[in-house]
Design a protein around this ligand. Sequence first.
Ligand code: MSP
Length: 663
Amino acid sequence: MSGEQVLKKSDKGFYVTTPIYYVNDAPHIGHAYTTIAADVLARFKRLCGNTVLFTTGTDEHGKKIQRSAEERGITPKALADGVVTKFKGAWKLLDIKNDDFIRTTEERHTKVVYEIWSRMKENNDIYPGLYEGWYCTPDESYWTEKELADGKCPSCGRDVERIKEESYFFRLSKYQRPLLEHIESNPGFILPVSRRNEVLSFIKDGLKDLSITRAGFEWGIKVPDNPQLVIYVWLDALLNYLTCAGFPDDKNRFGTFWPPDVQLVGKDILKFHAVYWPAFLMSAGLPLPKQIFAHGWWTIEGMKMSKSLGNVVSPESLVNAYGTDATRYFLMREVPFGLDGNFSQRAMYTRINSDLANDLGNLLSRATGMVVRFAGGVLPVPDVPDQFDTALQQKAAQLYDAYKTSMNNMEFHTALSVLWEFIGEANKYVDRTKPWQDAKSGNTARLNTRLYHTIEATRIAAAYLLPFMPDTASKILNAIAQDTKGKSLEQLARWGVAVPPVKIVQAQPLFEKKIDPAKAGPGTQGAGIKGQEPPSAPQQKSASGKQAAQSVNPSITPLITIDQFKTVELKVGTILAAQRVEGSNKLIKLDVDIGEKRTIVAGIGKSYKPEELPGKRIVIVANLEPAELFGIQSQGMLLAAGDAEHLGLLTLDRDAANGTRIK
Ligand code: MSP
């Protein structure tokens, strides 16, 4: 298959990719995010009737992996095998239906790398030389002296290594102009637009030829005719997208899917995908992907996720704590795709309680409950619609375009928000039309129409949910005895697909409500929060000045060492005086003796009257950063347990002097 005889891709074929993940560590929320987005898109396209190729996999070569394996005292292959099992397990838990899983250590991939190398060489794009400069092993990237940030990797902030070695170079400079022309004449090639502009200015600054080999270690694909060198891991890894598409031998597969329609990447690896990758393809004479989409990064409870902070969130912990579909929903709903986002337990609980348990759960429960109560559990035939019924039908009809456009524009959060507006409309329809009154008055024709419309709206909502929450959507469709098999989204979205009579049973609740710890817990202090009621999981700094590990939820709270615990200074004290804080029904200002006098603002006002507090022996966190609450500086946090209205203060069962440190 030569570059010249390239192919008109089949109209039905749709190819979406995720990056392939390094095997030095287990999967985390960042990997899950891209993979869920790709899965949502793939499921949507399948529902639209496309033949989809959705690929993901693992990036297994390079110095970083070799080093990780050495640190563990195992071979790189053994390390990769173990981590691959974890990735595959995580994708199963998250209900990811990828069509291929590529490992760069597979034979089929090596073949592709050699094929592309030889095409580049034939094209006079590879030449030997000497590389001298900096290298960031964690990112597997080259940097010039000028690019470093305070001597560190400008991308990840970690240490870089000076290298000077024999190398082969790729003539990246030759592709500066063709790349600029391509990006400028294809506005949708790099998205979002802000990222496209970054890439344009990076290219305009001038592209230097790229070292595409590494020396001095073994773990990689060897350079043809020079086995002392291994092929640069990013060249190796980027070519996975060709391998998955069947290049070079499976002409049928390649013809159906090449070029990729959407390649999802995180913003940190955009340069590799939007500059190097298209240049490699141009050199090999192959068509470029239609779109590279760079998404943002997640922080965890407001902090960068990192192993050293102990706040890395795994897909498994998310699924254990919140369930597969709620996790998928949250990640797609909470943040516009392309922007950075923050994961917090509180935001997750709000989504589960309000969007999933209330809005969606209620609709299903009411729809099925009413059919059971008022129609003997059999979906009735509707009568002539009135203005309420027609309005609901119209809302359903409008949903199709809005949803489809958002999905095609990678605006997953908008697709979900328009869907939730419709779910809200369906709930309002029930509130306004009050079918129970028709049941009471014996207006069966009207009642049947209302019941049918409520079920039909629920069915349509479930159809749109299929890409995002496949299991929940199926549960809803099962509860109302509807089958989606073989039907496209367009067919499913039409009004009137549910045909009576079918048997309907009262649906079980779809989601359990979560109890917000802010309402349950003491909420006595909130470092850094000014003039607000305190948050549930205050972010605080440890004595060493480092951010302390965050409590994301009970099942994913990381273990701490005794030394970490010792950074929290807990002391015994006596309350000297107490008064309510004006403007708050929860906060009480306390004067506390802990060997010195401290003012503490505590959220205990719903459980204690100020007059019952003086004299109480309590325990406080004495080294918490001061915080201002309602204009008062709080210099510590008292410990209490229970829900907001039934708090109990922690106290001692034997006497100890004020200021005694708790061990
Ligand atoms: N192996 C390369 C990709 C090669 S693709 C030809 C790689 N792997 S990675 O495992 O380090 O990261 C993969 C992806 O995870 C990147 O897209 C990166 O942006 C993403 N994320 C890592 N941390 C993240 C967050 N905290 N939030 C969102 N995505 C994040 O790079």
